[in-house]
Design a protein around this ligand. Structure first.
Ligand SMILES: *[C@@H]1O[C@H](CO)[C@@H](O)[C@H](O)[C@H]1NC(C)=O
Ligand SMILES: *[C@@H]1O[C@H](CO)[C@@H](O)[C@H](O)[C@H]1NC(C)=O
Length: 227
């Protein structure tokens, strides 16, 4: 398999036989047809939500959940009176968030509470948000997308980043197996959903070495970055 690293189409995997694998299609299909993140009460963001709550006094613009899925973490922040919004690569995930969450439009700033967006293409102006967080999302990027993600996160954020990143292969193979069963040709090239399995120190150095003025802390599987 050849991985295209042409700018702007990082997310398009080009297979040697000319077939292509499209990340939006992978996650859209998982959400729409294979019960991906079907439990609307499940979120792994609680440790990050506590971190955000402890520094919320520093925020006067929204915090953004990248890969917000069905929007539970954003709703939990609204319940703490913290201004928050979300983006997800899969339109069906965004639609679930819009359908199931108790909206607090006053806590979304000037932005849609939930919209489609990816870690490498965030639909926000420069420095329009105070913080970004994400939970078990960045390991789903392609390795060659990681530098563009760093640049994009720092472009839109003024103050802080809290990033929880899985550092091992996915344990639950059910989603990828269901996808492959649904169409063997289309998902032939898909080897894993955790496409970038790196130690947290490698993610930390990606931020620290590109932007030396940042303060980068890591603890377990979580990075906390002060801009
Ligand atoms: C990728 O998949 C999405 C969702 O199925 C589709 O809308 C989009 O056109 C696809 N992109 C390419 C380049 O095929
Ligand atoms: C499987 O995927 C290929 C490539 O996207 C598509 O042309 C074909 O129609 C799909 N087959 C089925 C049964 O959906």
């Amino acid at each position: 398999m050849l991985r295209c690293s042409c700018s702007g189409v990082f997310w398009l995997l080009v297979a040697a036989n000319g077939a292509s694998l499209n990340t939006t299609d992978v996650y859209e299909n998982l959400y729409a047809n294979h019960g991906y993140h079907a439990d609307l009460r499940l979120s792994h963001a609680s440790s990050i939500l506590h971190l955000l709550q402890s520094v919320a006094g520093a925020f006067d613009r929204p915090v953004l959940d990248v890969g917000c899925s069905h929007g539970l973490a954003v709703e939990k922040l609204w319940k703490m009176d913290i201004s928050a919004i979300g983006v997800d690569i899969a339109p069906t995930a965004v639609q679930k968030a819009r359908t199931h969450r108790e909206f607090r439009h006053s806590l979304c700033g000037e932005f849609p509470c939930f919209q489609v967006g990816t870690a490498t293409t965030l639909p926000f102006p420069d420095k329009s948000l105070d913080a970004i967080f994400s939970t078990d999302v960045l390991e789903h990027l392609l390795p060659e997308e990681a530098p563009a993600m760093v640049t994009e996160f720092l472009r839109v954020t003024r103050k802080m980043l809290f990033l929880k990143i899985a550092t091992t292969e996915e344990i639950n193979k059910q989603p990828i197996n269901a996808l492959k069963m649904s169409n063997r040709t289309r998902y032939q090239e898909l080897q894993a959903l955790h496409t970038t399995v790196w130690p947290i120190s490698k993610w930390a150095s990606l931020f620290a070495t590109k932007h030396r003025r940042l303060s980068v802390f890591s603890s377990g599987d979580t990075l906390a970055i002060w801009i």
